[in-house]
Design a protein around this ligand. Structure first.
Ligand SMILES: [Fe+2]
Length: 436
C-alpha cells in the first residue's frame, strides 16, 4: 500500500503524393474527455499462479521471435513449445527467468525465450512454461513487401487505450511500432502488470517493437536511483543483435524496412555511445535490401503544439542528430510525447526539404493525461495536419518505392481514416542520393 500511495502521489505530479503538401479529410470533431486508468483483469486470473500472463512477443533478427511472459508465486520452466498447428508442438526452446524489485514491490517471474528459425508470414501456435491451460498464436512478419506497421504512442491504460487497441487489432497489421510511454505506471509497479494484461491479446499475436518515453524512466531520488528498471526487465528489445550496448536504442529489419529505435532519455550527444552506434548503424544500411528507413523517438523534434515545447530531449537531440538522419536519407521519423496527432511535410533544419524525413507525432494512444489541445498559431507552413484526438497510425510499405500512411481517429466502433498520404522512398529519388 505504501508503494501504491507513493505511486499515486507521484503520478499526480484527403491524400497527397510524395510527402508534399496534402489535403485532408478532417471534419469538425470534439474529442471526448479521457478516461481514468483502469486495472484490467485477465480472464485467466482464476487459473493457477503458474499460468502464463502478460504474454508479448518481439522480433529478433528476421527469423526469430522473443516470447516474454510472467508467472507469479509458483516456479515454472522458461520453456516455449510451438508449432504450426493448434495443439501440435513440434519444437521447443528454453530461455531464462528474471525478476526485479522496486521499493516494496517484487515482480513476478519474468520469462523470455527465443524461438526460431521461423518461416516468414506464417502462423505459429505456442504455449508458455509447458502450461496446457492457455494456447497462443502469432503471425511472423512477411520477408518481402508489402508489410503493414501499426504505430501508436503514449498508450497508457484507459478506456481510450482499449479503443485504440481494438482498432489496431482490426487493422490486420504485421508489427506494432511504439514511440514510447507504455504503461503510465509512474513508479506504481502493479500498473505494469495490468498494462501487460491489457495489451496481451494483441502483443501475443504480433511483434511489438517499442522504445522508451519519459514515463519509462521511473527514477526516484533515494528510493530507486536506477532508471528504466521495469521497462528493461519487461520489454527486452533486440538490441544485442544490432550491435547496441543498451536496450534503450536498437535497430532491426522487417521486410525491406530498416527500423531504428532511438532513446530520447539516454545520452544522445556527439560522442555518446548512442550517437556512435547510430552513425555505425546508418552506415551499414543496404538500400538494395532495405530501401526504406524509419526512425522512432519519443520527444518530437518538430511540434507546433504548445505542450512540451523547448525540452532538451527535443531541442538538443534534434541539434545532435538531425543532420545524421538527413544525410542517411531517413524516410519517416515518428515521435510520441504530445498527446495529439501532427504530420509535417518533409523537413530539415526547420524548413521544407524534399530529401528530409516526414516527421509525424503519434502520441495519441489514449493515456490518462488526456489530450494536448492547444496549438501555436498561426500554424507553421511545414505542419500539414494537426489534431488533438485519440487514434493510431498505419504505415503500409507497398513496395520498394511507395508507402501509404494513414492516421485513424478513434470512433466508438470503428477507426476513421482522418489523414492519409502516399510516400515515396527517398532511395528511389535520384535527387536524394545518400550522403556518407
Ligand atoms: Fe511522454
Amino acid at each position: 500500500m505504501a508503494a501504491r500511495g507513493l505511486g499515486l502521489f507521484l503520478a499526480s505530479t484527403g491524400m497527397a503524393f510524395n510527402g508534399l503538401l496534402g489535403s485532408t479529410n478532417l471534419y469538425t470533431y470534439s474529442p471526448p474527455p479521457p478516461l481514468p486508468t483502469t486495472f484490467f483483469n485477465h480472464p485467466s486470473e482464476n487459473l493457477s499462479s503458474a499460468s502464463p500472463q502478460q504474454v508479448h512477443i518481439s522480433s529478433v533478427g528476421e527469423d526469430k521471435m522473443r516470447i516474454s511472459w510472467i508467472t507469479t508465486d509458483s516456479p515454472t520452466p522458461a520453456t516455449v513449445d510451438y508449432g504450426t498447428s493448434p495443439g501440435v508442438y513440434n519444437f521447443s526452446a528454453t530461455g531464462s527467468t528474471s525478476s526485479y524489485n522496486y521499493m516494496l514491490y517484487i515482480s513476478g517471474d519474468i520469462h523470455e525465450v527465443l524461438i526460431g528459425p521461423l518461416t516468414p508470414d506464417s502462423v505459429y501456435y505456442y504455449r508458455c512454461g509447458s502450461n496446457p491451460s492457455r494456447e497462443f498464436s502469432f503471425k511472423t512478419p512477411p520477408a518481402q513487401f508489402p508489410i503493414k506497421f501499426a504505430v501508436a504512442g503514449d498508450l497508457g491504460q484507459t478506456g481510450w487505450t482499449n479503443s485504440t487497441l481494438q482498432h489496431i487489432a482490426e487493422s490486420n497489421y504485421d508489427m506494432l511500432l511504439l514511440p514510447g510511454d507504455l504503461s503510465y505506471a509512474d513508479v506504481y509497479q502493479p500498473l505494469w502488470d495490468s498494462f501487460g494484461r491489457l495489451v496481451e491479446p494483441q502483443a501475443s499475436q504480433r511483434p511489438w517493437m517499442v522504445t522508451q518515453g519519459n514515463h519509462e524512466v521511473e527514477k526516484l531520488p533515494v528510493f530507486h536511483s536506477k532508471p528504466f528498471t521495469a521497462y528493461n526487465a519487461r520489454w527486452h528489445m533486440p538490441y544485442e543483435e544490432s550491435g547496441s550496448g543498451s536496450n534503450l536504442y536498437y535497430s532491426f529489419n522487417a521486410a525491406g524496412v530498416h527500423v531504428i529505435m532511438l532513446g530520447s532519455y539516454t545520452d544522445f550527444g556527439p560522442g555518446s555511445p548512442q550517437y556512435q552506434w547510430l552513425q555505425a548503424d546508418l552506415g551499414k544500411i543496404d538500400r538494395k535490401t532495405t530501401p526504406w528507413t524509419v526512425v522512432l523517438i519519443h520527444a518530437p523534434w518538430y511540434n507546433s503544439n504548445t505542450a512540451h515545447q523547448g525540452e532538451k530531449e527535443s531541442v538538443d537531440m534534434k541539434t545532435a542528430m538531425e543532420e545524421v538522419l538527413y544525410r542517411a536519407r531517413v524516410d519517416v521519423v515518428f515521435a510520441g510525447h504530445i498527446h495529439a496527432y501532427e504530420r509535417f511535410t518533409r523537413v530539415y533544419n526547420g524548413k521544407a526539404d524534399n530529401c528530409g524525413p516526414v516527421h509525424i507525432t503519434i502520441g495519441d494512444g489514449g493515456n490518462r493525461e488526456g489530450l494536448a489541445s492547444n496549438y501555436i498559431n498561426p500554424k507553421p507552413d511545414i505542419s500539414i495536419v494537426r489534431e488533438a484526438s485519440f487514434g493510431h497510425g498505419q504505415l503500409e510499405m507497398v513496395n520498394e518505392t511507395h508507402a501509404f500512411w494513414s492516421w485513424n481517429r478513434n470512433d466508438d466502433d470503428e477507426a476513421i481514416i482522418s489523414d492519409s498520404i502516399w510516400l515515396r522512398s527517398l532511395s528511389s529519388d535520384p535527387a536524394c542520393e545518400m550522403q556518407k
